[in-house]
Design a protein around this ligand. Structure first.
Ligand code: G1P
Ligand code: ZN
Length: 542
């Protein structure tokens, strides 16, 4: 098969963020757009010669076409083999598992995560390294640099491969193996969790409802929850992945998983509810009449993980992103292991996981995971919850209440102010940052500031330093307010205000969250002059 060297010229703006390159689908479909980026990936990792890659995506519009292009280019660049999910499908955690399990040289994952899909929506591509995790900045920077001077890409001329047929085929000198996207992932889950116990729980009448949001976890959840664990058919809703996610927004939060919320927030609903996002790495956990905040979920899982076989010997440590609530910190202290506070973004957990310093990790943004892969993992979190409930034979609400009684409750919420004028948002951040030194000791809206700083992280494994990772204001009563600009928003700037307050009075654990946070919300607005943004209320509250 002839290798074609196709001349090309740089295209502006191909700078991958922490979750790869995300753009409108039509942009990705422009001539040479995908090709330039893929070639830059191969060039950035010292070429593809002799290497093996995992390739798959969340099934959104352009997924299958892009995979054909990537495979041709991998073959032309001398790759030895590619492992591809059937129909081009792989959830992000399943791709991470395949990369690790087969000791490959990395993977190309096609997804824009929880963003809507379709020809007029979003597409994305990211490169994961051999440990199964997102490429570090050194590699994403090299990819970007490559896109700025690219002059050629390599491809071969060939008919499209049949991605639906399991087994091996050749593309030039490259072997392509089409695998069942679910099988290896399911085997990993069976290793970690007590499937018999969960099966018994379901058989006892415990009802589960999982919303796959027309996205990638449909086939995984149907195979695991229904076929393997015996939940009745229909327990997994919106189970067939579609290229536009049924026209919805595949983001598992109370706003976008509304149908599930309505079903669960009732006295007669299922015992357990959960949802995952477009590419399967996020999760939301619900019980009957109970919403579990992602920060609480991390704390509860940390306190009880030893009940699952995969974690029976206890955890080495835990890690949470800085804006995630401090609920897990007290569990770690109680159980006497380390708790790390990292900048926002899953990649910061990678070194801690690789070094065996952290076993569980989590972010407030509906991301939870462990050292079983190097991505967050939606279904994994669901199964760990179910394993714990199966052992304890209690409901979600009981487990949460017991946890709060023992450790206290961190009331928590994130307020997002979206599509802001970039300079207004930066001005606000600049003002708060400039005032940080003067805040300690001041009383603002009745709360005394204890500490205030701009979060700086020094990686305990490789010593690398990340600065300006959010402005945090710690109050004397255990409350915190954190200001941070989103790194993933596409429209103007998004200001995230993270709020939490600790309540240890056993009689005050059932307040309405926004009411419990009232004083800290007031203090945050006052100290930052948030009204200057001209917004009367946040656009999204989670
Ligand atoms: C958001 C979340 C962050 C997550 C990232 C990728 O980033 O807040 O926790 O790691 O998406 O899923 P942000 O827009 O806040 O930069
Ligand atoms: Zn995702």
């Amino acid at each position: 098969m002839d290798i074609l060297t196709v001349p090309t010229t740089p295209i502006e703006g191909q700078k991958p963020g922490t979750s790869g390159l995300r753009k409108k689908t039509r942009v990705f479909m422009e001539p040479n757009y995908l090709e330039n980026f893929v070639q830059a990936v191969f060039d950035a990792i010292g070429g593809a010669e002799g290497k093996t890659f995992v390739v798959g995506g969340d099934g959104r519009y352009f997924n299958a076409e892009a995979i054909q292009t990537i495979l041709r280019m991998a073959a032309a660049n001398g790759a030895n083999a590619a492992i591809v999910g059937r129909a081009g499908l792989l959830s992000t955690p399943a791709a991470s598992n395949l990369i690790r399990k087969n000791a490959t040289d990395g993977g190309l994952i096609l997804s824009a995560s929880h963003n809507p899909g379709g020809i007029d929506e979003d597409f994305g591509l990211k490169f994961n390294i051999p440990n199964g995790g997102p490429a570090p900045e050194s590699i994403t920077d090299a990819i970007y640099t490559g896109t700025l001077s690219i002059a050629r890409y390599l491809t071969v001329e060939s008919a499209d491969l049949d991605l639906d047929r399991l087994g091996d085929t050749q593309l030039g000198d490259m072997q392509v193996t089409i695998v069942d996207p679910v099988a290896d992932y399911q085997a990993l889950m069976e290793d970690l969790f007590d499937f018999d116990a969960i099966r018994d729980l379901f058989a006892s009448g415990f009802q589960v409802r999982f919303d796959a949001m027309h996205a990638i976890t449909g086939p995984y959840a149907a195979a695991i929850l229904q076929d393997a664990l015996g939940a009745p058919d229909g327990s997994v809703m919106n189970a067939i992945p579609s290229v536009d996610f049924g026209g919805g927004h595949p983001d598992p939060n109370p706003t976008w998983a509304k149908g599930l919320m309505v079903e669960l927030m009732s006295d007669t609903g299922p015992d357990f509810g959960a949802a995952s996002d477009g590419d399967g790495d996020r999760n939301m956990i619900l019980g009957r009449n109970t919403y579990v905040s992602p920060s609480d979920s991390l704390a509860v899982l940390t306190a009880n993980a030893h009940l699952a076989p995969g974690y029976a010997t206890g955890l080495a440590g835990v890690a949470r992103s800085m804006p995630t609530s401090c609920a897990v910190d007290r569990v770690a202290k109680d159980l006497q292991f380390e708790c790390f506070e990292t900048p926002t973004g899953w990649k910061f957990f990678g070194n801690l996981l690789d070094a065996g310093r952290a076993t569980l990790c989590g972010e407030e943004s509906f991301g939870t995971g462990s050292d079983h892969v190097r991505e967050k993992d939606g279904l994994w979190a669901v199964l760990l919850w179910l394993n714990i409930l199966a052992v304890k034979r209690c409901g979600v609400s009981d487990l949460l209440q017991d946890h709060w009684q023992k450790y206290g409750r961190n009331y928590y919420s994130r307020h997002d102010f979206e599509a802001l004028n970039k300079s207004d948002a930066e001005a606000l951040m600049g003002r708060v940052e400039a005032a940080l030194g003067t805040l300690p000791g001041q009383t603002i809206a009745g709360l005394v500031v204890e500490k205030a700083d701009s979060f700086r992280y020094e990686d305990p494994i490789d010593g690398s330093v990340s600065r300006n990772q959010g402005l945090r204001i710690q109050f004397a009563n255990g409350a915190r307010a954190i200001f941070r600009l989103s790194g993933t928003g596409t429209d103007g700037a998004t200001l995230r205000l993270y709020l939490e307050t600790l309540e240890t009075d056993p009689g005050k654990l059932d307040q309405e969250v926004q009411i419990a946070l009232g004083p800290i919300i007031k203090a945050a607005h006052e100290l930052s002059g948030l009204h200057s943004l001209g917004r009367s209320a946040p656009d999204v509250i989670t």
